[in-house]
Design a protein around this ligand. Structure first.
Ligand SMILES: *Cc1c(COP(=O)(O)O)cnc(C)c1O
Length: 345
């Protein structure tokens, strides 16, 4: 495998840190059966570039390089009203001197407000060229293509980036993260027993899975669903991981047996708070001053906590949590995090 044949822009300096979470690990163990739990570490992909960065930064390094190679003057992408992906795409567009437009899917009816804080405020602060809001269930690819066609009729050239930047090309960002992680573990003589990641539009999960396959890394990857349970999520991850393997010329033979999807932590709905998310956000903020977010990393960490309490790991095992970013959405809706809203379990 050689990623050097793919054009890439760089938006971060060097590898993201891997840090221990000793105070969180003790608090977690104290809440596990028999008072024993795993040692938890974090890989800080929340410190990636295009600050405040996140997992979309890695995907956009390949996608924006492709847009520039095609002579695009505008990036069009899509997401939910508090999309981190839209915000980071806008940051990349600004850095490259490109225009940027969003098609926003109002997945929870009534959830879009032009006055909203969090990521939406940053869309406006950074001067997005346009936002069109469409109802849940809209064909987003078609809606973005329509926008691209309108621009073409004005003599402009748009490059359409799918939701979450999750096609095979964007997922190369997480193939390169697999290479980075392998090198860091080698250099520091570090060993982990599992890597816990979020699984949404799935470029992160699928890119890592394909990268581990290419590199012969045996570390199990546990994907915590943020919008679907395993029966729906696993086929999406597997299909994308196969496309990534084909793009990089790697045998996809063992992907299926190495795929682990976990559900049950995202309910009642994508982006809607629940009590376990609030507990996870509080625990990390109060034991490590590590900020998670309510839509993704809070629910993903709730999954790690839940698995530890089901005694999934034995004492002394080391778990690496991938922090994928998302902090601006903490400022979108503070009430659940302050304990002043009714919540689903
Ligand atoms: C998009 C996102 C995810 C999910 O990653 P996918 O590659 O879409 O599965 C996780 N965490 C944060 C903070 C995100 O913005």
């Amino acid at each position: 495998m050689d990623l050097n044949r793919f054009a890439r822009r760089r938006y971060s300096d060097g590898p993201t840190p891997i840090e221990p979470l000793p105070r969180f690990s003790s608090a977690l163990a104290a809440s596990c059966p028999g008072g024993v739990g795993p040692e938890v570490w974090v890989k800080r992909d929340d410190l990636l570039g295009l600050s405040p960065g996140g997992n979309k930064t890695r995907k956009l390094e390949f996608l924006v390089a492709d847009a520039l190679a095609q002579g695009a003057d505008t990036l069009i992408t899509c997401g939910a009203p508090q999309s981190n992906h839209c915000r980071i795409t806008l940051s990349a567009a600004i850095r490259e001197g490109l225009s940027c437009r969003f098609v926003i899917e109002e997945r929870v009816p009534g959830s879009y407000s032009d006055e909203a804080n969090g990521n939406h405020f940053l869309f406006r602060l950074m001067g997005v060229e346009s936002i069109s809001v469409v109802p849940a269930g809209t064909d987003m690819a078609a809606a973005m293509q329509k926008e691209a066609d309108t621009l073409a009729s004005q003599g402009r050239k748009a490059y359409v980036i799918p939701g979450g930047g999750s096609n095979a090309l964007g997922s190369l960002g997480y193939v390169s993260c697999a290479m980075e992680l392998q090198q860091q573990m080698l250099d520091a003589g570090m060993h982990f027993d599992a890597l816990v990641v979020g699984s949404g539009s799935s470029g992160t999960h699928a890119g890592l899975l394909a990268g581990f396959e290419a590199l012969g890394m045996d570390l199990p990857i546990i994907g915590i669903g943020v919008s679907r349970d395993p029966a729906q999520q696993a086929p999406i991850v597997l299909d994308l991981a196969r496309q990534v393997c084909s793009l990089i010329g790697v045998d996809a033979g063992r992907l299926q047996e190495r795929l682990h999807c976990v559900g049950g932590f995202w309910q009642p709905k994508y982006s809607v708070p629940n009590r376990r998310m609030v507990e996870a956000v509080h625990m990390l903020a109060r034991t490590e001053a590590l900020l998670l977010d309510p839509v993704y990393t809070g629910k993903i960490m709730a999954g790690l906590i839940g698995l530890a309490r089901e005694s999934r790991w034995s004492a002394g095992q080391r778990i690496l949590f991938l922090h994928t970013g998302g902090m601006p959405s903490l400022f979108w809706n503070p009430a659940p995090l302050l304990g002043t809203a009714e919540l689903a379990p």
